[in-house]
Design a protein around this ligand. Sequence first.
Ligand code: GDP
Length: 350
Amino acid sequence: GGSGIAQSNMLRARMRLSLQEHLWEFYRNNVNIPAEEQAMARRAALDICAELRVFLHAKLPDMPLREMYLSGSLYDDLQVVTADHAQLMVPLILEKNLWSSIPGEDTIMNVPGFWLVRRENLEYFPRNSSYWDRCMVGGYLSPKSVLEVFDKLVAGSINWPAIGSVLDYVIRPVVPSETLTLEVQYETDRKLYVDFLPLLVMEDGTSLIAKPHRLAAERHENLWRQSFRVAETARLRALDQEDGGCRCNCLKVAKAMCKLNPALNRLNSSQLTNAILLLSEKEGDWTQEALADRFLQLLRALVGHLEAGRLPCALSPKVNLFCELTEQEVDELGYTLYCALSDPEGLLRT
Ligand code: GDP
């Protein structure tokens, strides 16, 4: 009868309270990174970036690049657990009349969210009219070939031990590495990984990064990946600012949970950010008191997206952010999260 319902409501409220407490405790103890640790990691990344700028200007004055810059969660206060990685963005300059971008859905591969960059006007501006023609494969600018150019430089012709000793760091390129990564040891017990990320900014503002498609490598080799990171992070932050919400906290808890649980490693920040953005379209209460409710809802939403095999990008719904997962990975992630719905605290144990 009525009292049974009241009792189960009370029980549910109590469970929620304890999850709420658990989440904030997890946030304080495991998710959040002390400001000082973040500052040290940022300093090390900045030192390396400065050295590389000097080196590239001196060694390759003709290479058409805009100034390199650092980016990533370390700079948006969205890094979790340890301050250990950053991206070094390397923007290439392309001649407007020589290169054009073709959306992935208009190609034989039919993958929204990826693009081909085609060389134009070869008859009037023959090969080598553009510096980046050296990275052209089959008429397209190849991200793989661009990465190889930097790989040769960074792994081959920079004297890292010498630079390291000046900066008092131990620096070495990580091999093998799919993206081009430097490992920087800046304290006896602290390491930072810096990824080189070549980047194209097209005329309409579309950002394309040289980060290969994970599956069917060969067929997709010439594809550039569209990056939504700047826009999606800005939107999340703006929503929180409007209502003093906890979306960023919720994201950081979810990121830490995925980082600390091997079964969830395949879920990345972009997927989690977009799942929260989609949830924000339906759900208005993101007050600090609602963290546990929203967190559970996020888990449920992720299970739903995994069941559908599809997570639309909030900024471009035709993009499926699960398109690089195998069916088996989708099943495993879905199963892990489904089980977690009845014991969410299990995922927060460290
Ligand atoms: P975290 O590494 O999980 O803390 O997440 P980040 O928000 O720092 O995202 C970094 C990942 O996003 C890397 O794998 C990048 O390759 C990828 N990424 C895609 N676009 C961008 C971009 O515009 N900037 C940066 N820094 N990373 C990007």
